[in-house]
Design a protein around this ligand. Structure first.
Ligand SMILES: [Zn+2]
Length: 240
């Protein structure tokens, strides 16, 4: 299987974690909080090979299609490529200092916040800031598989991470940054090796507040403290 073209180019892989450099990714945070220490150790201490289940493979196929943005032979994929929301960056790495930590995250889609260049005279209102539909930037996340709804989107911590990352990097009010979670439902037929997209596209619009960013910031600090303690104990136990 062809390696994802950008996987080497990413300074930090999507699953990045580095205890000494205090590098912390959304993925590492999510594994710790959602799957617990054993799974975390497998992936980030013992460096186990990345296992991909069939659902993840479906996600990867769609992600590769979006990144390459090449015409697809499969009509469903071509439909998705044509009608999914597109962004200035079809992938965007954020690396932001947060206290002593460096938060790293990989956004599927990102429009950068625009800077107004027609101040102070306002002689023209033709600058990028004044003409862009998303002057404060826009965050896009694509999801395949599991069913999504408004409530899940509102509570999905990945988006809090991204809102915080954009806020730290660009210093914009998070509430002004629209977030779109695009859900591509899948079906898994009896003869299929993996689920495949139905071609349906559901866009959920959401935002995060500064309070949400502060909230996720506290959780990040807490999770990092737990991980730091756990990893040191684990390393001592195995004599690393
Ligand atoms: Zn302007």
């Amino acid at each position: 299987m062809e390696k994802r073209k950008n996987s080497q180019a990413h300074k930090y892989g999507p699953g990045s974690f580095d205890l000494e450099r205090k590098t912390f990714s959304w993925s590492a945070y999510n594994v710790w909080n959602s799957y617990g220490p054993v799974e975390f150790a497998k992936k980030y201490i013992y460096g186990g090979a990345d296992y991909m289940n069939p659902r993840m493979m479906t996600g990867r196929i769609v992600a590769d299609m979006l990144e390459s943005d090449r015409e697809q032979i499969d009509p469903t994929l071509e439909h998705l490529r044509t009608f999914l929301p597109h962004y200035e960056h079809q992938e965007y790495e954020i690396e932001a200092k947060f206290g002593e930590l460096t938060l790293v995250m990989h956004l599927d889609g990102f429009d950068e916040p625009k800077i107004c260049v027609c101040q102070p005279t306002r002689a023209t209102l033709g600058c990028a800031f004044h003409t862009s539909p998303a002057p404060y930037g826009k965050i896009g996340e694509y999801k395949t598989g599991v069913k999504w709804n408004e409530k899940m989107v509102a509570k999905h911590e990945q988006l809090d991470w991204y809102a915080l990352g954009v806020h730290l990097k660009f210093d914009v009010d998070p509430e002004k940054v629209p977030i779109v979670l695009t859900w591509m439902p899948t079906i898994w037929g009896m003869n299929d090796a993996m689920p495949r997209p139905t071609g349906e596209i559901v866009n959920f619009d959401t935002t995060r507040t500064l309070m949400d960013c502060i909230g996720i910031g506290k959780k990040i600090t807490k999770a990092w403290g737990e991980i730091e303690k756990y990893v040191r104990e684990e390393r001592n136990a195995i004599g690393l």
